[in-house]
Structure formats: structure tokens, C-alpha cells
Design a protein around this ligand. Structure first.
Ligand code: G3P
Length: 227
């Protein structure tokens, strides 16, 4: 499974990219607005930090204006992925941009029917928002399962399923068990994924025992090298 970071913070992308485990980034207008940073500068900096796709979301409402914004984003860097909302105009923009060789992430997906149309429009990614479905009493992961089932029936649909609106490490685990291609994860949750109290406790015990042993590791010693 690919892991994208869901953030507008360039510092958080830089820190997560150091792990070598981040395959891309997603942003949205709310995240950018909260950060106070300039959208195009943020995208350019993120594109330098990661090799994979960096989603920049259009803020226009009409297909023509979305296409114009999408083309503008696409010239910022070769790994920009244009994000469009799952509306009629968004689907038209997706088809046009995809046909011209620009990667598109179709966002705000809440139903399998929407996901089918996004794939037909040539989207590189479809972003079902699982947390927001849970928020209104649904089960977001069921949507992931249905989209996988539909896409698996039609191998010519090459759209990748990008689980978005992730609220817990367990969401990532469940999406991975179902076979989602990507999960986009807020930085805080990414850090939670590798943390476990038993790991910390176990490591403390190993270090205590090692330090009490009086041994030191001599990394310059050649005596144990394989001949
Ligand atoms: O970038 C889209 C997304 O992941 C939104 O998440 O937590 O605002 O529902 P959230």
C-alpha cells in the first residue's frame, strides 16, 4: 500500500519524507487555508521533497475554470496531480485533463456510482472519504470494499483507490486489508502508526540489561568479520 501524507505543512512533509516511507502528498483548500501558506508555493516545495504525486486541488466550480487551474498546477512540477471535486463539472475537467496527460485525483467521493464515473473519466486516483461517512453514521470502509469490487470487474479501469479522511491507524489497517491502493494520512496519525507502548517498554528493558552487562560494541573490530 502506498502512503501519502494529508497535509499543507511543508515541514511535516520534510520530516515524514526522511523516513523514506512517503509515496505522495494530498492537500485540500481547507488545509491550505488553515496553514496560511500560499497554495502554489506550498505545492512547489512539496514536489521537491517527494518523488510521488502531490495533489493540488482546484478552487474553481466550472469545468472550464477547473481545467485552466489544473493546467496551471500541472506546470509547477512534473509530479503535480490535479485534484477536482466529484461534481459533473469535476468529471468533465477530469476527462479533459486526463486525456491531455495530466494526472487527476477525484475527491469528495461518497458513493460507488461516483467512483465508477471518476474511473471512466480517466482519474488516476479516486478519493473516498471514509472518516466523513463514519461521522454521519455510515461505514466508510464499506465504500472502499464496493469500489474495489467494481474496479476489479473491469481491469481496463486503472484508477487507484486512495482512502482519504482517515481518522485512525486502524482505518489504515482496515483499508489495507481490503486492498486499497493508497491511504492518505495526517502527519499525527502517520507518527502514531509506528508507535507502540510495548515497543518502548521492551526497548527500555533491552537497554537497561545491555548497559548493566558492561559490554561495549567495538565497531572497528575486524576479528569477527566473515572471511
Ligand atoms: O484531503 C482530504 C481528506 O483526507 C479530508 O479529511 O479529516 O477533513 O475528513 P477530513
Amino acid at each position: 500500500m502506498k502512503i501519502f501524507l494529508d497535509t499543507a505543512s511543508v515541514a511535516d512533509v520534510a520530516a515524514a519524507a526522511e523516513t523514506g516511507l512517503i509515496n505522495g502528498v494530498t492537500t485540500n483548500p481547507s488545509l491550505i487555508a488553515k496553514s496560511g501558506a500560499k497554495l502554489d508555493e506550498t505545492i512547489a516545495q512539496m514536489c521537491d521533497l517527494v518523488d510521488g504525486p502531490v495533489s493540488a486541488e482546484v478552487v474553481a466550480q466550472t469545468a472550464a475554470a477547473m481545467i485552466e487551474e489544473g493546467k496551471y498546477f500541472a506546470q509547477i512540477a512534473k509530479n503535480v496531480c490535479v485534484k477536482v471535486p466529484l461534481t459533473r463539472d469535476g468529471l468533465i475537467a477530469c476527462k479533459t485533463l486526463s486525456d491531455s496527460g495530466i494526472d487527476v485525483n477525484v475527491t469528495l467521493c461518497f458513493s460507488p456510482a461516483q467512483a465508477l464515473l471518476a474511473a471512466k473519466a480517466g482519474a488516476r486516483f479516486i478519493s473516498p472519504f471514509i472518516g466523513r461517512i463514519d461521522d454521519v453514521g455510515g461505514i466508510g470502509l464499506h465504500l472502499i470494499r464496493e469500489i474495489i469490487q467494481i474496479y476489479d470487474n473491469y481491469p481496463n479501469l486503472e484508477t487507484e483507490i486512495l482512502a482519504a479522511s482517515i481518522r485512525s491507524p486502524q482505518h489504515v489497517v482496515e483499508a489495507a486489508k481490503l486492498g486499497a491502493d493508497v491511504a492518505t494520512i495526517p502527519p499525527k496519525l502517520f507518527n502514531q502508526m509506528y508507535q507502540h507502548p510495548l515497543t518502548d517498554k521492551g526497548l527500555d528493558q533491552f537497554m537497561e540489561d545491555w548497559n548493566a552487562s558492561g559490554q561495549e560494541l567495538d565497531l572497528k573490530s575486524t576479528s569477527r568479520k566473515a572471511s
